[in-house]
Design a binder for this molecule. Structure first.
Ligand code: PLP
Length: 439
């Protein structure tokens, strides 16, 4: 690790100088604390990012498989989105009123993801927050059921984990003002008995889940698990919220459409508007009818939902451009083919090195996992992480010109990622794991 870190540092004199000169006004030197959470001794400072490439200010051009941790899954600033931004900039940035693009984008969302009634936010965190509020409102219940190891943004209610079979606040949280376990119950993914037991205790307004867990190591649903959630939610009067923020990589319409799921509420964010901060949450007509009845009966006053800049016309211009011109069937076909090439290459490298690891893919999303697969739940996913070994791989890849997401060993293949980029990543990975094995 020290060797790779020294190589990274020696190659970036300008980055170091810029960080030193510009760090002072920022808490811990960076405008957002996650920018420090990379395995490199200091973060890259980006000069520009185009398509599936990112250039740092020392002039290194990197093949970008992190793609803003899904925020830029369709490539950086797709030309159609950049055009929409330029056109909308001439017409204003925020109104608190609908625009023609907003009305058009709603129809495109329904066509793509299903017959939901939509609302828009600036982040998937907020979309989950609002979906959960609706579930609580119409069921009159308090709790959300989440899965151990999940991540749905920095939404307080979901920041819990399992410890010795009990729901506890997640370790490391900063400044929590109330007991998070009052509003949440946590069980293991792929354990329908545990879900049933939690629901039977009552007071669960909604099950909130990704269809595939993506935020620790990827954990696939076992056959019948998602259908079982649907049936259990119905039996116990809870709603099912599917968070597709990451799993929209699965294909056109997300995992929900590809696999015919039937959620009550649907959440999507990150790249849905081509990288412009945008997320949406939608509800079925049945949920909307219940909400309208609730809304008509509630005391007048602020709903406690929504933010000023959400619903700005720039979001909708980018959303419409992405759905119409970027996230097309052809784009998903290219992403799928590329991701298959990548997962095959990684699997070959792992087998050749004789490591007890595996590689996995859900649509355009690929991970290497430092344990034999498949993983069943959040506990197994947590045990599969080996931070030092993983950081050697990440740093080694950076030094060989490939950027991947550090948080969960994740690589995304965009529609503009080339075969050559994929082959370079496979070659770099092969080189590193061969060395690791030798060490
Ligand atoms: N939902 C899922 C499944 C996520 O992975 C994330 C972020 O990684 C979020 C929601 C929150 O997204 P944001 O950080 O854009 O609010």
């Amino acid at each position: 690790r020290a060797r790779e870190a020294a190589r990274f540092t020696a190659a970036r004199p300008r980055t170091q100088a810029a960080l030193q000169a510009g760090a002072a006004p920022w808490l811990n030197g960076v405008p957002m604390h996650w920018m420090r959470d990379w395995p490199s001794p200091f973060p890259l400072v980006v000069a520009e990012a185009k398509g599936a490439r990112l250039t740092d200010i020392d002039g290194h051009v990197l093949d970008d498989f992190c793609l803003g941790d899904t925020g830029s899954m369709f490539g950086h600033a797709p030309p159609a989105v950049a055009r929409a931004i330029r056109a909308q900039a001439g017409r204003g940035l925020t109104y608190m009123l609908p625009s023609e693009a907003a009305l058009k984008a709603g129809a495109l969302m329904t066509e793509r993801f299903g017959p939901f009634l939509w609302q828009v936010t600036l982040s998937a965190t907020d979309a989950n927050r609002h979906a959960l509020r609706i579930a609580r409102a119409i069921t009159g219940r308090r709790r959300v059921l989440v899965f151990n190891g999940c991540y749905h943004g920095t939404l307080e209610d979901t920041m819990v984990e399992l410890s010795n079979g009990r729901t506890v606040p997640r370790q490391g949280l900063v400044g929590q003002g109330f007991d998070l376990t009052e509003g949440a119950v946590c069980v293991e993914f792929n354990d329908l008995d545990a879900v049933e037991a939690a629901l039977a205790q009552g007071d669960v307004a909604a099950i909130l889940t990704e269809p595939v867990m993506t935020n620790s190591c990827m954990v696939l649903p076992e056959p019948g698990f998602l259908e079982g959630l649907r049936a259990l939610a119905d039996r116990h009067g809870a709603l099912l919220i599917i968070d597709e923020t990451h799993t929209q990589s699965s294909g056109l319409g997300g995992y929900t459409r590809v696999h015919g799921l039937k959620p009550d509420l649907f959440v999507i964010g990150k790249c849905v508007a081509g990288g412009m901060p945008t997320a949406l949450w939608g509800m079925t007509e049945a949920v909307a009818a219940r909400f309208r009845a609730y809304d008509a009966a509630r005391a007048p006053g602020h709903s406690g939902m929504g933010t000023t800049l959400a619903g700005n016309p720039m979001q909708f211009a980018c959303l419409a451009a992405t759905l119409e011109e970027v996230a097309t069937e052809a784009a998903f076909a290219r992403m799928d083919a590329g991701a298959q090439r990548l997962v095959d290459g990684l699997s070959r490298a792992i087998a050749a090195a004789g490591l007890p690891w595996h590689a996995i893919r859900v649509g355009a999303r690929v991970e290497f996992i430092c344990a034999p697969g498949p993983l069943r739940n959040g506990t197994e996913a947590a045990e599969a992480h080996h931070p030092v070994v993983e950081s050697v791989v990440h740093l080694g890849l950076l030094n060989r010109g490939c950027l991947i997401a550090p948080f969960h060993n994740m690589m995304l293949v965009s529609p503009v990622t080339t075969r050559r980029q994929i082959d370079r990543l496979v070659a770099a990975f092969t080189d590193i794991v061969t060395d690791l094995k030798d060490d």
